[in-house]
Design a protein around this ligand. Structure first.
Ligand code: ZN
Length: 267
């Protein structure tokens, strides 16, 4: 970043700088660097709050829980359907059993003609076959009901595990957020005093530049380099800065940020 990309510094200077020269005692300018440090840190904290990995974790688990919920709804509906089939199969078997029991009772009582009794015996044989068929159906449906029940149980267990994970993730997220809030309070605590020390005119300029420069409005001049854009100042600019009164608020010719002279400026 040590480039010098200015081709016509003199021409630009006449059009861009020295329109409103703001004067502020060097101590106020140094306070401005303190203010910038506070605001940079606050911006970082705000950024962290939006990009916390715990937020993504909670979101991912919530999505998983939602998907699991709908699987469970489907599995329970299916189980309910099969349980109705089981009830019907049981009722079908019971009907045949009842009928066979009635026939058997009539047969045992020995009432009726020999023809009637033969017919009853035939019917009992056919009912026994029918019962066996229906019991096979009942068994098959009951097996399906068991499978559906175990699917529901499995999903319910997964749901319980996931609920625990989600609870932990939410607690971790809230803890991280609370930690950031605590940091924010700490960092912001001296801000009002610093702002008062900088003074309204310089703060107004700082706020304006900050809005246009991605949050960084004031930077130190360090070893001939602007701490904002990191470009090295040429000799013309360095000489101008050396000649400028200590209370003149300087601007970087490249990035237009407020350039604060410090002991490390290389002047
Ligand atoms: Zn700059």
């Amino acid at each position: 970043m040590g480039l010098r990309r200015r081709s016509h510094p003199c021409a630009r200077r006449t059009t861009r700088s020295r329109r409103h020269v703001l004067n502020a005692d060097p101590s106020r300018q140094w306070r401005l660097l303190d203010l910038q440090a506070i605001d940079t840190r606050l911006d970082q904290i705000a950024h962290s709050r939006k990009t916390l990995p715990q937020l993504a974790q909670v979101r991912a688990l919530e999505e998983k829980a939602e998907a699991l919920d709908s699987l469970l709804v489907r599995a329970r509906t299916e189980l309910g359907d099969i349980q109705r089939e089981v009830a019907k199969a049981e009722a079908d078997v019971q009907l045949v059993r009842d009928r066979a029991a009635r026939d058997q009772a009539r047969l045992d009582s020995g009432t009726g003609s020999a023809k009637d009794l033969t017919a009853l015996q035939h019917e009992l044989q056919s009912l026994a076959r029918r019962q066996s068929e229906l019991e096979d159906v009942e068994l098959e449906v009951m097996e399906r009901a068991e499978d559906a029940q175990s699917a529901v149980t499995q999903l319910e267990q997964q749901q319980a595990v996931l609920a625990g994970e989600l609870e932990q993730a939410v607690a971790a997220r809230d803890e991280a957020l609370a930690d950031l809030e605590r940091q924010e309070r700490e960092v912001a605590a001296p801000r009002a005093d610093v702002v008062a020390g900088v003074g309204a005119d310089l703060v107004a300029l700082y706020d304006k530049i900050r809005a246009q420069s991605g949050g960084l409005a004031a930077a130190p001049l360090r070893q001939r380099r602007c701490g904002g854009c990191q470009l090295e100042l040429n000799n013309v600019d360095m000489n101008r800065i050396k000649a400028a009164p200590a209370d003149e608020v300087l601007r970087c010719e490249e990035c237009r940020r407020i350039l604060v002279r410090t002991a490390e400026s290389g002047i």
